[in-house]
Write a protein that binds this ligand. Sequence first.
Ligand code: GDP
Ligand code: MG
Length: 162
Amino acid sequence: PPPVVAIVGRPNVGKSTLVNRILGRREAVVEDVPGVTRDRVAYDATWSGRRFTVVDTGGWEPNAEGLAAAVADQARLAVDAADAVLFVVDATVGSTDTDEAVADVLRRAKKPVVLAANKVDDARAEADATALWSLGLGEPLPVSALHGRGSGDLLDAVLEAL
Ligand code: GDP
Ligand code: MG
């Protein structure tokens, strides 16, 4: 079977939008309201002639106080089932407690992690991406899932990590 790439991150950072960008079609459900994607959904994807399975996560509605723990649990499950992890953070918001909880999980996991600094829609927002070095997961790769900016480089990095 093709290798599995899990997309993890807290609600509303743009995971499903990024999945659609990777697929080149609109299949993953994108909503302004967090928590719309069903629990975990797998799709077949191809990039540079290589096939892989992309798993979109995060279809639950945790209450605010349980958010960090719930997202970290989800990340743990996704990582166990994946060959590589694409961790999505909203660069315009910066790293939150929940992002840090996920980063802790991912640093402990013995799986390759690619850090996507999403919502970098233009050159001015690149500085927001740089701030995410603080998560301790290596270079934050700036991307705009919505507009496609940086998505080719991001996918190259994902395939390199596999
Ligand atoms: P998920 O909960 O992590 O799956 O996030 P979604 O993919 O559902 O996106 C949440 C919101 O962020 C939607 O309103 C998207 O249109 C928006 N969004 C996603 N990616 C980007 C991006 O690169 N730039 C901007 N400006 N908005 C984005
Ligand atoms: Mg989603």
